[in-house]
Design a binder for this molecule. Sequence first.
Ligand code: GLN
Length: 354
Amino acid sequence: MFEADVAHIAQHSSTGALPQQDRVGELVAEAHERYAGANASDGAVADYIPILARADADWFGLSLFAADGASHNAGDTGIAFSIQSISKAFVFALVCDALGHEAVHDVIGVNNTGLAFNSVVAIELNGGSPMNSMVNAGAIATTALMPGKDSDARWDAIRSGLSRFAGRPLLLDGEVYRSESFTNYRNHALARLLQSYDRLAIGPDEAVDLYTRQCSLAVTARDLAVMGATLACGGINPLTRERVVSAETSRDTLALLASCGMYERSGEWLYEIGLPAKSGVSGGIVAISPGKGAVGAFSPPLDSAGNSVRGQRACAYLSRSLGLNLFASAPRADIEPNPGPDPFQSPDREGASR
Ligand code: GLN
């Protein structure tokens, strides 16, 4: 939309640095300790995909991967869980990198639906548009855009692409894939509705199958932190030093996560925490601080929008204590606040209001 206008202007970054490594490690440990005991009944473990109900409500892992390659971990950061909706962020990045800024904007959209992640009504209310790649309809349509000569090639590109973000080969959790495949009637309904509006680049069954597979890739909280840190570092994985996507794609992905990554709670999340982030129903959250690194959190109990309760609290704590909030600024040290009367308050108006 505005890209053509500004494409010739060099993109400069707008970022600072994390505190010293030891301090970061202390704060990650503190955040974990603070919320590990939080009442699990504050949230509920997802059970609409039957196998997810087996998760332990006490699992809690917190990981921060810094842009300089330092890794800080507390709690259950080695437990593998299915990535679920968090895959949407990274598949979006791969598709955006392949097709470009304008194409994903025009074909899918980049505005929040204000409705639940699996809403059917959102499609109808928006003339058949899936609206954005972070809700199920938009994610299925985005996955359908993945380049590849057939389904196997597309799946290979998704799995290897997400593995490059993680810096290690990610494997499909077959049990999760089967459990979701037997019960994902709603996603099939979304895909068929999109097909009826001519919004799906491949057949609906293949699109849902690929999407279900990507959601079933097994990751740890530490993997999420590395994946997010790759987006925080302009598309270069700070663990492997491999370029995974372009800096422009990283920027576009983070912009989309800021407005849509936490579903209909994205506004509240940005107001409280101030970071682009993505959550998934198995209890994962990745929150990204551009130029600094990323937090990967895992704890299965969710709030009513499907966001991990402990994960959100831990991210809020780290955003505040590590100075990650994108919107926080401090006055310049060399500018003294004016101690005199407010120069914009006219005596007349003051008099009138009394
Ligand atoms: N695979 C899940 C679904 O389609 C992902 C949803 C999520 O994590 N919010 O329902």
